[in-house]
Design a protein around this ligand. Structure first.
Ligand code: SF4
Ligand code: SF4
Length: 273
């Protein structure tokens, strides 16, 4: 009888236990697939970095505004395949990521928000978005003036108007040296739009529980502090499609692809629990 390592409650081998006859072949096949998968994930990271730098260059060259209307296509894309704006395009996200890499060199590693705190803090950007949307709040004080994403864009395009917001932004950039994407995680209302749309995605990151060895390197790599190892498929509004979890997985247990509707319901149930 076949029994997988997960069914038996252990986390070692990545092949079925009692298929002794072809265990070696299976292992070799897995190894090659794993190596191919890891190389593909690394190439994807290079591609993502190139796209991010291209948009940063467009911004520096004053052409970002010209391409912005095309971003409307990212909305239906988010609905089908997740949020590609934050992890691939947003120059402020890229700036935080670059500073994060610099910070990792300086302090030899990154700080992670304690999970107990993250559980509540992750809702802060939704609260901010709700406040900004609220007509009552808008009539009391123009909170849209502290939309840091827009302020960053204005600042970078030469219309510096809001000193207070710039100070807030500067603070987030300093924090980004130590914590990954702090603004994206806790304050960005722009990301909320794409994130909420992406909740219905059919194409997402899937985890194979047969291959997974529960090392949790994917969780460690996730800049949005998501639990990838704890779900069958990622379906969370915080996910920014950066695919750093894929690149971090040592056994190729993660892939980006279509999930069946049945699996989607399962993923939702797991994520909600
Ligand atoms: S789950 Fe993966 S793709 Fe989504 S934000 Fe985390 S690391 Fe990036
Ligand atoms: S990185 Fe995540 S998905 Fe890959 S083996 Fe480790 S826990 Fe499992």
């Amino acid at each position: 009888m076949q029994q997988s390592n997960q069914q038996a409650g252990s986390r070692g081998p990545i092949f079925k236990r009692d298929v002794a006859a072809n265990r070696y072949e299976l292992k070799c096949a897995n190894q090659k697939a794993t190596n191919d998968g890891r190389q593909a994930a690394q190439k994807l990271q290079w591609l993502r970095s190139a796209v991010q730098l291209a948009f940063l260059a467009l911004l520096a060259g004053g052409l970002y505004g010209a391409v912005r209307p095309a971003f409307v296509a990212l909305m239906p894309l988010a609905f089908l395949a997740g949020n590609y704006f934050c992890g691939w395009i947003c120059p402020f996200g890229t700036a935080q990521e670059l500073l994060g890499r610099l910070g990792a060199l300086l302090v030899k590693g990154k700080l992670k928000m304690p999970p107990a705190l993250q559980r509540y803090l992750q809702f802060s950007r939704y609260v901010l978005a709700a406040i900004i949307l609220s007509h009552v709040a808008q009539s009391l004080v123009d909170l849209s003036a502290i939309n840091a994403y827009k302020t960053f864009m204005r600042a970078m395009t030469g219309n510096v108007a809001q000193t207070a917001a710039l100070v807030i932004l500067g603070s987030f950039l300093v924090i980004a040296l130590f914590f990954e994407r702090p603004f994206c995680n806790y304050c960005c209302t722009e990301g909320v739009r794409f994130g909420v749309l992406s909740l219905g995605r059919l194409v997402t990151i899937k985890r194979s529980s047969d291959k997974c060895v529960n090392c949790r390197l994917c969780d460690k790599a996730c800049p949005m502090n998501l639990s990838v190892a704890g779900v069958k498929a990622v379906r969370h509004a915080q996910c920014i499609n950066c695919f750093q979890c894929l690149a971090a997985c040592p056994v190729g247990a993660l892939e980006y692809g279509k999930i069946s509707l049945k699996r989607k319901r399962l993923a939702g149930a797991e994520a909600d629990s």
